[in-house]
Design a protein around this ligand. Structure first.
Ligand code: C2E
Ligand code: CA
Ligand code: CA
Length: 690
C-alpha cells in the first residue's frame, strides 16, 4: 500500500517541479521580449548612425571603400545577416554580408530578395525570425538612399537562450534538490508524531493493553488526532474493564449454573445428570482400553423411618453425613454421586480388581453400619450395596446401573447392611420380577387372585379364626407365591390395589364365615407398610368396615413389626380408628424384626404372632423354645393374645398348649384353603360328627 508520506512527497515534488517549470517558462518569455527590445533598440540606433554616416559617401563611385568601411562596423554583431545600401534610385550601392551568410553553403541564399526589401517602408519590420531595419539616408525632403539591415533575431535569441539555460539550469537543479531535501525533512518532522501514534497502535494490537496515553505534541492536526486517540483509548480501556467485569460475572454465573445443574445442592456431590455424563465418558474409555469398570449402587437402610420419625432436617443431615463417610472410604479418582433420595452411586477408578471392589464395599458397609450422630440423635441406619461390572453388560451404561440396582435389591432382600455382586441369574430373576410387577394390575382385572383361609385353633381345639392368604395363578407364571409377589407389589407401589381387593373379598366372605363357624371367630388379613402410609387404602378399608352392616369385632389386621415401624405415625392413626370400630391388630412374625420391647407399649396391638421359625424348632432348639416361652409369658403379662404360626407337629402343638399359647395356626390344623373347600369340609365334618 502506498504510504501517506510517499504520496505527500510525490505531490510536493510534482508541485515544486511544476512551479519551477512555470517560472522558467515565464522567465524565458520575458527574456525573449526584453532581448527583442534591446536588440531592436541597439540595432535601430546603430543603423540610424550608420545611415547618417553614409550620407557624405553615398554618392561616391559604386563600390567605394568608404561605404564598405562604414558597413564593416556590423562585424562586431554576429547575427547581422546583411546590410545593403541603395541610392535614391533604389540601385544597390554596396552590400555587407554577415558571417552566417558567408559561412553558409550558398552565400547568395539570403532571407529576402532586394525587390521585397525595397517594398518595405522605413522603420522596423519583423518577419520569420528576422528583423529588418529600413533607414533613410539623407533628409526626408532630399533622400539620398536607403540602408537596409537584416538581423537574424531568432538565431540570436536561440543562442542567447541556450547560454541563459546553461547558466540557470544547474543552479535551479541544485536549488530544487535543496528544496526537496528540506521539504522532505520538514515533512518527516511533521509526520513523526503520526508515526509514534502508529507504533503505539501496533504495540496495543499485540499487548491488548488499552490503558495507554500518547504524549500530545506536534502540529494542530496531530495534536487533535493524538487527543482523539488518547480519549478513544481511555474509552476502550474503560469498556474493556467493564467487559472484563461482565465476563467475570458471566463466568461466575455459568459456574453457578453448572454447579446447580451438575451437583446436588444438599450434599454437593455430582447429581444424576452429571454422574451419567461422567459414567458414559468413563464407559466409552474403558471400552476402548478394554478394561473393567465397577459401579456400586448404594441405598440406605431404614432412611424413610429416620425421615418419618425425626423429620426431614435430620434426614438431610444424615444424607450429608453418609456422603462424607462414604467418600472417606474411597480413593482419589473414585467418583461418588447422589442419584436422588437415599441412593448413591460410586464409580471405582481405573481397572479395579474384584478383591479390591469387595474390600471397598465391605469398608462402606462397615463404616455406614456405625451409629450416625446427628444432632442429639444416634441413628442406626446401614447401607445395602449392589455392584455391577461393565464387562457383564457389554459396556451398556443403562444396563450397568440397572444391574447394580438389581444387586442392591438382593442385598436388601438378604437382610440389608451388605453388598452383593451382580450375576446373570439375578437378571433372569429380575426379568421375572418385572413381569410379575407388570402383571399384577391385570391379574386383579382378570380375576386371577383367590383368597385362601387358614384356620387358627384355640386351646380347646376349636377353630377360633382364619387368616386370609392370597393365592395367584397366572397362565404364564403358574402359581406364584405371595412370599414372591407381595414384596414385588410393595416395591412397585401395587400392593395397595391388592390390599383393597383382599379387604373387599374378606368383607364379602365374612358373613358366610361367621354364619358357618360361629359369631366368635375372627378373620385376619395382612397389611403392608405402604398400606398404612396410603390414606386412600386406609379410607377404603374403613369405608368397607363401616358398610359391613354387622359387628366388626370379627376383623383383625396383621402387620409385621418392621412394617408398623416403617409407617409408625400413619399406622397408629389407622389402627386407632379401626380399633374404635371394634377391629383387632396382630403383630405378625414377632421375634424376627427389631423386637424392641419398648415399642410394644406404643403399638396398638391385641395379638402377638410367634414366627414359625421359632415354632418349627420346638423340640430341636432349646433357644427357640425359650424364646417361645418368653413371648407367651410376656403376652400374658401385657394382656395380649398370643398365636403361634407354622405348627406342623403334635409335639409342637403339645408344647404350645402346655405353655398356654392361646391360638395355633399351621398345617397340623389345616392348610390355607379356598372358602368353598373350607365350607364343604366343615359341612361334611359336622354331618359325620352328628
Ligand atoms: P404370613 O403372614 O406370615 O403368612 C403365613 C405364611 O405361613 C403363609 O404363607 C402360610 O401358608 C404359611 N404357613 C402356614 N402354616 C404353615 C406351616 O405349618 N408350615 C409352613 N412351612 N408354612 C405355613 P403364604 O400364604 O405363602 O404367605 C406368605 C406371606 O405372604 C405371608 O406371610 C404374608 O406376609 C404374605 N401375604 C399372604 N397373603 C397376603 C395378603 O393378602 N396381603 C399381604 N399384604 N400379604 C400377604
Ligand atoms: Ca400373617
Ligand atoms: Ca406370619
Amino acid at each position: 500500500m502506498k504510504s501517506l508520506r510517499s504520496e505527500i512527497a510525490a505531490i510536493t515534488l510534482l508541485s515544486i517541479t511544476m512551479v519551477s517549470s512555470l517560472i522558467m517558462w515565464f522567465s524565458i518569455n520575458v527574456y525573449e521580449e526584453l532581448y527583442h527590445e534591446l536588440v531592436s533598440d541597439e540595432l535601430s540606433s546603430l543603423s540610424q548612425n550608420l545611415a547618417d554616416d553614409l550620407l557624405p559617401v553615398i554618392n561616391e563611385s559604386p563600390g567605394a571603400f568608404s561605404v564598405t568601411r562604414i558597413l564593416l562596423r556590423f562585424d562586431q554583431y554576429e547575427n547581422v545577416e546583411f546590410a545593403k545600401v541603395f541610392d535614391a534610385n533604389d540601385k544597390l550601392v554596396n552590400a555587407y554580408m554577415g558571417k552566417a551568410v558567408l559561412d553558409a553553403s550558398d552565400p547568395s541564399d539570403i532571407s529576402l530578395a532586394d525587390e521585397a526589401l525595397l517594398d518595405m517602408d522605413f522603420g522596423r519590420h519583423m518577419q520569420d525570425g528576422f528583423i529588418y531595419f529600413v533607414k533613410r539616408i539623407g533628409d526626408p525632403d532630399y533622400p539620398q538612399g536607403k540602408l537596409i539591415v537584416s538581423y537574424m533575431v531568432a538565431q540570436a535569441l536561440a543562442g542567447s537562450q541556450s547560454k541563459l539555460l546553461a547558466s540557470v539550469v544547474p543552479f535551479t537543479a541544485v536549488l530544487l534538490l535543496v528544496t526537496v531535501i528540506f521539504v522532505l525533512e520538514l515533512q518527516r518532522r511533521s509526520l513523526r508524531p503520526l508515526y509514534v501514534l502508529i507504533n503505539k497502535m501496533r504495540g496495543i494490537e499485540v499487548s491488548k493493553d488499552y490503558d495507554i496515553a500518547v504524549e500530545v505534541r506536534g502540529k494542530k492536526e496531530i495534536v487533535d488526532l493524538t487527543q482523539g486517540f488518547n480519549s478513544m483509548m481511555s474509552d476502550i480501556a474503560r469498556q474493556v474493564e467493564m467487559n472484563k467485569q461482565k465476563n467475570a460475572l458471566l463466568i461466575r454465573q455459568q459456574e453457578q449454573m453448572e454447579e446447580l445443574a451438575n451437583f446436588d445442592s444438599l450434599t454437593g456431590l455430582p447429581n444424576r445428570q452429571f454422574l451419567m455424563k461422567c459414567l458414559s465418558i468413563e464407559m466409552a474409555r474403558a471400552k476402548r482400553e478394554n478394561r473393567e469398570l465397577a459401579l456400586m449402587f448404594l441405598d440406605l437402610d431404614g432412611f424413610k423411618l429416620v425421615n418419618d420419625s425425626f423429620g426431614h432436617d435430620v434426614g438431610d443431615k444424615l444424607l450429608c453425613h453418609v456422603a462424607d463417610q462414604a467418600s472417606d472410604c474411597l480413593r482419589k479418582g473414585d467418583v461418588l454421586g447422589r442419584l436422588g433420595g437415599d441412593e448413591f452411586i460410586i464409580m471405582l477408578s481405573a481397572n479395579p480388581l474384584i478383591v479390591h471392589i469387595k474390600e471397598v464395599a465391605q469398608r462402606l458397609v462397615d463404616k455406614l453400619a456405625q451409629p450416625h450422630h446427628i444432632e442429639q440423635w444416634k441413628l442406626d441406619t446401614g447401607v445395602s450395596i449392589g455392584i455391577a461390572l461393565a464387562t457383564d453388560c457389554r459396556y451398556d451404561l443403562t444396563k450397568l446401573v440397572a444391574n447394580a440396582d438389581i444387586a442392591m435389591y438382593r442385598s436388601k432382600q438378604a437382610g440389608r447392611g451388605q453388598y452383593t455382586l451382580f450375576t446373570q441369574a439375578m437378571q433372569d430373576d429380575n426379568r421375572r420380577m418385572m413381569f410379575i410387577a407388570t402383571s399384577i394390575m391385570q391379574a386383579i382385572d382378570n380375576d386371577e387372585f383367590t383368597l385362601f383361609y387358614q384356620p387358627k385353633v384355640g386351646l380347646d381345639g376349636q377353630i377360633k379364626g382364619f387368616e386370609a392368604l392370597l393365592r395367584w395363578y397366572n397362565k404364564e407364571l403358574g402359581f406364584v407365591s405371595p412370599g414372591e409377589f407381595i414384596p414385588i407389589a410393595e416395591q412397585s407401589d401395587k400392593v395397595s390395589a391388592i390390599t383393597e381387593w383382599v379387604a373387599s373379598r374378606v368383607c364379602r366372605d365374612l358373613p358366610e364365615i361367621l354364619a358357618t363357624f360361629g359369631q366368635d371367630v375372627h378373620v385376619s388379613l395382612n397389611l403392608s407398610a405402604c398400606d398404612l402410609a396410603n390414606s386412600r387404602v386406609t379410607e377404603f378399608i374403613i369405608n368397607r368396615i363401616q358398610n359391613l352392616g354387622m359387628p366388626t369385632t370379627a376383623l383383625e389386621f396383621e402387620i409385621t413389626e418392621s412394617a408398623y415401624l416403617e409407617s409408625f405415625q400413619a399406622g397408629n392413626v389407622f389402627f386407632e380408628q379401626v380399633r374404635n370400630l371394634g377391629c383387632k391388630i396382630a403383630l405378625d412374625d414377632f421375634g424376627t424384626g427389631y423386637s424392641s420391647l419398648s415399642y410394644l407399649t406404643e403399638f396398638y396391638i391385641d395379638t402377638l404372632k410367634i414366627d414359625k421359625q421359632f415354632v418349627s424348632q420346638i423340640g430341636s432348639s432349646r433357644r427357640s423354645e425359650l424364646i417361645t416361652i418368653t413371648i407367651i409369658e410376656m403376652a400374658r403379662q401385657l394382656n395380649l393374645t398370643v398365636c403361634a404360626e407354622g405348627v406342623e407337629t403334635s409335639a409342637q402343638s403339645d408344647f404350645l398348649t402346655l405353655q398356654g399359647c392361646d391360638l395355633q395356626q399351621g398345617f397340623l390344623y389345616g392348610r390355607p384353603e379356598p372358602l368353598r373347600t373350607l365350607l364343604t369340609n366343615h359341612l361334611t365334618h359336622s354331618t359325620i360328627a352328628s
